[in-house]
Ligand binder design. Structure first.
Ligand SMILES: Nc1nc2c(c(=O)[nH]1)N[C@H]1C(S)=C(S)[C@@H](COP(=O)(O)OP(=O)(O)OC[C@H]3O[C@@H](n4cnc5c(=O)[nH]c(N)nc54)[C@H](O)[C@@H]3O)O[C@H]1N2
Ligand SMILES: Nc1nc2c(c(=O)[nH]1)N[C@H]1C(S)=C(S)[C@@H](COP(=O)(O)OP(=O)(O)OC[C@H]3O[C@@H](n4cnc5c(=O)[nH]c(N)nc54)[C@H](O)[C@@H]3O)O[C@H]1N2
Ligand code: SF4
Ligand SMILES: [Mo]
Length: 722
């Protein structure tokens, strides 16, 4: 028996785990790591099942090649040769735009994903880059980009110090937090209340988080921007502002907020005007306060407007970039991707619908259009890494059909699933325990500054490729090299480029040094580890891979400190409260008031023992409340005469689903979890608990226009008895 430590890679909470393994490398149990200074032993049922997930017999062990309907195992060399032929064939026949790239959610969690996503996109040289960002947080990037100049400058609520937390469209008691890494989020919320603070939750459902709050307010789905404008209106009308930053656009903001009085917005959002006024006053009066919002407010028609108004409120109340308000983490690694160029979107547009590029990506809501619509630039091949868009993207069934017509598709994924079954080649990453782990992305949104590196717990079997090597080889193929090109070549190129940039950057810890000598001093057993060592050495905490290896439980780097000065990069040098792109949303909000509300709207929900589409093959996590049912308010269920099952129809699809009446959901709203719909999967456990694909109902033709983000909440539907 032996003990090993590792960060959990499943959700955003970055919990430290302590695993016990037998001599054969089997996981005997998984517990929270009590010595982790950040998670302090916290673990959830998913983390506790990491061993079962990792040892799932349905995980692919070797590359798979599909010929017609038949799958066969292949060697890595053969698989990469087929990939090279397939991609080069499409590129030669139609050009690089004919290849699309889709990067799924786990590319934000794995080292390989974080380090090679950019290189792979660049090597493919296509504008058809898509990712889970446009079905998740893209509105947040756009709002931060316009207000602060930096789309990656995402603040988090200072959970452990705030006196008042207004939370919209997030359910961290189930999701464990998102764009806010805080292990034991629930415990931190309890602590907030125990120290006399107040928690207010705004959600169309009385969630687990709402039921532990001081106050829960139902809101009509998709209308958060109205509610938030009502709060802004009140803060300005009652002179409750306490702005302590250099801002621009206050007069314009005042003009925009004029028409969104609490009375005017209450009719749309369903939150009573007196509550809106009271919350505005409470936010202003609290010693410190933070407004935090997540997926419920992003995946809606006014997603970007909502993200904008949230930070407007944080600024107006004097809670932006200060302890107890919202703050910015400072990562141990060099902050990459901060170009300090003015933030612009729409540098190119999608071919069919003309949707703007954001952060180098196009909206996944238009991927099917790009595959199906003939003409120059039509997508004919797809590289999909760690994603399951057939279940996760709007109108998934249309993508399911579109993928069938691709001339070539390669997936990097451990499973044969609803998406990867359309691939010609699947390249499986090794087991989770065979991969090193460092949260490049998530450690930029922690509620304390923190770092932790986990070396691989188990060695790779001879001949098995790490995920880093898989992505590096794909990148090399995409850049025109041979199928057997050495992945180390890419790592050296990336290290060289970073070093050359760093030695020439004034103020860098290695300014003026010799790149060759610095390269020689790097340590690490793989490309990703060498890159991590370098990025730590270029960071501002004087850390290295060796230093993190010496602290296997992680290092606490202190409470968050104000640092807007380092991040703000608008042309004016001020926080923009009413940038023109966002200000224009007021007009769209006004226009929308004329549309009569649908009788029923659909929203999603997350489940404690699930994670998007890929944990349903783990037996210990199945059962209990982890079922794909339609939540309906009992009054609605009675009125509609719903029995055990109902038929739900939207503009794009129809589903028959089991009904679960519950008064936790507001009347006029129904909720279906996403990630289900495993009817045709070879994963044996998941197939027994198939459920239906909620995204058969979500409409890919509707997006939040500024970010291109998909709309999963507030989808008009009809519900009838079955
Ligand atoms: N257990 C579990 N954990 C997860 C995941 C999972 O699938 N399962 N997924 C992970 C991922 S990828 C992410 S992005 C995070 C997301 O983390 P969260 O953002 O916390 O996600 P949800 O639990 O879906 O919470 C969204 C809430 O928004 C509410 N909502 C829906 N529509 C509206 C609306 O119009 N307005 C408002 N105010 N609320 C609305 C929903 O009822 C729901 O309670 O969770 C991560 N963690
Ligand atoms: N209706 C509705 N739809 C939603 C949402 C919603 O709230 N409602 N939420 C959206 C959100 S927030 C997100 S993030 C997206 C997620 O969208 P996707 O990222 O497209 O979907 P996932 O289900 O997370 O799929 C992850 C895939 O990665 C694979 N995988 C797991 N671990 C690894 C690994 O280590 N390496 C590799 N290469 N692959 C791995 C899994 O097998 C799975 O196929 O879904 C979105 N879809
Ligand atoms: S909360 Fe998230 S990170 Fe923590 S153990 Fe659970 S799945 Fe893993
Ligand atoms: Mo997500």
């Amino acid at each position: 028996m032996r003990t090993a430590h590792r960060t959990c890679p499943i959700c955003d909470a970055v919990c430290g785990l302590r695993l016990t393994l037998d001599d054969a490398g089997r996981v005997l149990n998984v517990k929270g790591d009590p010595d982790d200074p950040f998670s302090k032993g916290y673990i959830c049922p998913k983390g506790a099942s990491l061993g079962k997930l990792d040892e799932d017999p349905d995980r692919l062990q070797v590359p798979m090649i599909r010929e017609g309907d038949e799958w066969r195992e292949a060697t890595w060399d053969e698989a990469f040769q087929v990939v090279a032929r397939g991609l080069n064939g499409v590129i030669e026949a139609y050009g690089r735009e004919a290849v699309a790239l889709y990067l799924g959610n786990p590319t934000f969690h794995t080292m390989a994903g974080a380090l090679y996503r950019g290189a792979l996109a660049q090597a493919l040289g296509t504008r058809n880059v898509y990712s889970a960002s446009t079905i998740d947080q893209m509105p947040k990037h756009v709002a931060c980009g316009h207000m602060l100049g930096d789309p990656l400058a995402i603040s988090v609520p200072d959970l452990d110090r705030t006196d008042y937390l207004l939370m919209l469209g997030a359910n961290p008691a189930v999701s464990h937090g998102s764009l806010c890494a805080a292990p034991d989020f629930r415990g931190r919320l309890q602590a907030l209340r125990e120290r006399g603070g107040k928690l207010v939750v705004v959600d169309p459902r009385r969630t687990r988080t709402a039921s532990m709050a001081d106050e829960h307010l139902f809101i009509r789905p998709g209308t958060d921007a109205y509610l938030l404008f009502g709060i802004v209106h009140t803060l300005l009308a009652e002179n409750l502002t306490a702005i302590d930053l250099q801002v621009n656009g206050l007069a314009e903001l005042r003009r925009l907020a004029e028409e969104f009085s609490p009375d005017a917005v209450a009719r749309v959002c369903g939150v009573p005007a007196e509550d809106i006024v009271r919350i505005a006053r409470e936010l202003a009066a609290a010693p410190t306060a933070a407004v935090y919002a997540r997926i419920g407010t992003c995946t809606q028609e006014f997603g970007t407007a909502a993200q904008w108004l949230i930070d407007v409120i944080n600024v107006l109340t004097g809670n932006f970039d200060r302890p107890g308000g919202v703050m910015f983490a400072k990562t141990a690694t060099l902050e990459l991707g901060r170009t300090r160029q003015p933030f612009v979107t729409g540098r190119w547009r999608s071919r069919v619908r003309g949707l703007p590029e954001v952060l180098g990506e196009l909206p996944v809501a238009t991927l099917a259009d790009e595959i199906e619509t003939p003409g120059k630039g039509q997508v004919r091949a797809l590289v999909a890494v760690a994603g399951n868009p057939v279940l996760s993207a709007p109108n998934g069934p249309r993508l399911d059909r579109a993928f069938r017509d691709l001339e070539f598709m390669v997936c990097v994924d451990p499973y044969l699933n609803e998406t990867t079954r359309h691939a010609h080649v699947i390249l499986p990453p090794p087991r989770i325990l065979q991969m090193p782990h460092y949260d490049f992305m998530l450690l930029s949104v922690t509620v304390r500054n923190y770092a932790r590196f986990s070396p691989p717990i188990l060695p790779l079997e001879p001949g098995r490729l790490s995920e880093g090597e898989i992505l590096a080889r794909l990148t090399l193929i995409a850049s025109g090299q041979e199928a057997d090109a050495d992945p180390a070549g890419l790592d050296e190129a990336m290290i060289g480029e970073l070093l050359r940039g760093a030695v020439g950057t004034p103020g860098s810890p290695v300014e003026g040094r010799d790149p060759a000598e610095l390269r020689a001093s790097l340590q690490g057993g793989s490309g990703p580890e060498l890159l991590l060592d370098l990025l730590l050495k270029l960071g501002s905490y004087d850390l290295s891979l060796a230093a993190l290896l010496a602290q296997p439980h992680g290092v606490d780097l202190g409470a968050l400190r104000p640092r807007l000065d380092e991040l703000l990069c608008t042309a004016s040098g001020r926080v923009e409260l009413a940038p023109p792109e966002l200000a224009a949303e007021a007009g769209r909000l006004r226009a929308r008031l004329a549309t009569p509300p649908a009788e029923f709207v659909l929203i999603g929900r997350r489940q404690l023992r699930s994670n998007n589409s890929w944990l349903h093959n783990v037996e210990p996590l199945m059962g209990g409340s982890n079922r794909c049912t339609l939540h309906v308010n009992p009054a609605d269920a009675d009125r509609l005469g719903l029995g055990e099952r109902a038929v739900v129809r939207s503009a794009v699809g129809e589903l028959t689903v089991p009904v679960e009446p519950t008064d936790t959901i507001m009347p006029g709203v129904v909720s279906l979890p996403h990630g289900w719909g495993h009817a045709e999967t070879p994963q044996l456990v998941a197939a027994k608990h198939a459920g239906v694909n909620a995204n058969a109902l979500t409409d890919e033709s509707v997006v939040d226009p500024l970010s291109g983000n998909a709309v999963f909440n507030g989808v008009p539907v009809t519900v009838t008895a079955c």
